[in-house]
Design a protein around this ligand. Sequence first.
Ligand SMILES: Cc1cc2nc3c(=O)[nH]c(=O)nc-3n(C[C@H](O)[C@H](O)[C@H](O)COP(=O)(O)O)c2cc1C
Length: 203
Amino acid sequence: MKIIGICGSPREESNTRFYLKQVLSELKLKGAETELILLKDLDIKGCKGCYGCVEAKRCVIEDDFSKVFQKMMEADGILFGSPVYHSSITSELKALLDRSGFSGRWYSNEMKEEKASYQWKGTAFSGKVVAPVTVARRAGQNFAFAQILLWATCNDCIVAGSTYWNVGVAGKGGSVNADEDQEGIGIMKHLANNMANIIKCLK
Ligand SMILES: Cc1cc2nc3c(=O)[nH]c(=O)nc-3n(C[C@H](O)[C@H](O)[C@H](O)COP(=O)(O)O)c2cc1C
């Protein structure tokens, strides 16, 4: 069972990273192979809308994207974490979701002649267990959380939840204080249980 966490915070010390680590360390105790990927350390540009992936069946922009895409394809489960920025996920995570979602579709499908209706065979992420983790100081969680859910449910993934939405409340004045959010920590540990159980059932 391989599960990766992808952190969309641009910050060195990060609340989002803390919550993702809670989920991943619990999964590790359950025997999962885990990895945390920090988008802040990578160069992943936004989608250019060139449609190069339709022919190439991979994103044609040359940067760090393909390394992360490969890890996403190899994983059984993917956690997408982001701080809430103006009620949204960060631009770092959005760039990854746009490019992986679009090129991942052409990875297993072909553009037929213009008149043919789209009959999707699946995507590069079909059947993967996905969970959002969003972190806000105060407001906008639902929108950011929904952005990740909408990506997952458009990409043939199975969504894992917890005893509450998988959100953290932290970061007042730029602080890194997620360790004070006992409820959030509990939610993350329960999310790990659900992810592990779903993946075991699927296998
Ligand atoms: C540009 C920017 C926009 C933000 N927008 C929101 C927001 O809409 N709602 C909110 O509650 N917090 C907002 N915050 C606060 C962060 O979501 C919060 O501090 C979070 O804990 C940061 O996570 P990180 O430590 O993982 O980067 C914003 C912070 C920044 C820097």
